[in-house]
Design a protein around this ligand. Structure first.
Ligand code: DGL
Length: 264
């Protein structure tokens, strides 16, 4: 099966990394909309336009399932597109439910970080109302992390200083977990791990989204597994095939992200 995955930029590579590990016999197309990144600073209307265009592109490339590997795009656009495409389309939301399922019993708080658009969005507030009866979740917008990720400044002084300043107002001893509610934030797990107390767990939505993809894709398009086929991945940057140095950049980010995936 050919699976299309997209994000405003490189954040969704963390979802791709997780999907490639879990579904080693599938083919992948990754689309980074670097022309329009960051989505977290765009209007709802603009984001809906980008999403429609990218899904059409991935369908043209014969994607049989699509993952919106972007919490921001999901929070603004999924309602408008539900049921509109001939293939399963899976979105992402900050993994507050997962954090509550895993650590809610401690009674400690949860710090959910995301982009400005996601934090302010109706979808985020509805999610908290639905799953967080005791109101344990605090929301923290971290827009600069997206730009730092796009600049390749993952393990950097800039990222560390920014995160230290943003976390300073919180008494992290009272928190059980930190939710990475934007796929770009996965690039900074090493820095976050160094700044947060060791018992504050890092929680992201990649695994849950891949599980949802497996459920939806199997339901909508049952397929024989093509065991033995080497998996393939093609990268596109806002519609242009990434070759040479651009492809190498994506592959090196995937290697960094597989290190980050081991940090919790
Ligand atoms: N990676 C995206 C997310 O998960 C959005 C980043 C952005 O473009 O602002 O929300």
């Amino acid at each position: 099966m050919k699976i299309g995955i997209f994000d405003s930029g490189i954040g969704g590579l963390s979802l791709l990394q997780c999907a490639m590990e879990r579904l080693p016999n599938e083919d992948f197309i990754y689309y980074a909309d670097e022309k329009h990144v960051p989505y977290g600073e765009k209007s709802r209307r603009e984001i809906e336009g980008f999403v429609a265009e990218i899904i059409a592109f991935l369908l043209e490339k014969k994607a049989e399932a699509v993952v919106i590997a972007c919490n921001t795009a999901t929070s603004t656009a999924t309602k408008a597109f539900r049921g509109r495409f001939p293939v399963p389309v899976v979105g992402m939301e900050p993994a507050v439910k997962r954090a509550l399922d895993l650590y809610g019993e401690s009674g400690k708080r949860i710090l959910a970080a995301a982009t400005e658009v996601t934090v302010k969005g109706e979808k985020m507030h509805r999610l908290i109302e639905e799953v967080d009866r005791e109101r344990l979740t605090d929301l923290l917008p971290l827009p600069r992390l997206v730009r730092l990720a796009e600049a390749g400044l993952f393990d950097s002084r800039e990222a560390e200083d920014y995160l230290r300043a943003e976390l300073a107002p919180y008494d992290m001893g009272g928190y059980s977990s930190f939710v990475l509610g934007c796929t770009h934030f996965n690039f900074f797990k090493k820095t976050l791990r160094g700044l947060l107390p060791p018992d504050v767990r890092l929680v992201d939505g990649n695994e849950g989204t891949v599980n949802e993809l497996c459920r939806k894709a199997a339901r909508a398009a049952p397929r024989e597994k093509n065991d033995g086929d080497a998996r393939s991945v093609e990268f596109y940057i806002s519609g242009r095939l990434a070759c040479g140095g651009s492809r190498a950049r994506f592959l090196s980010y995937l290697a960094w992200l597989s290190e980050m995936a081991r940090i919790n």
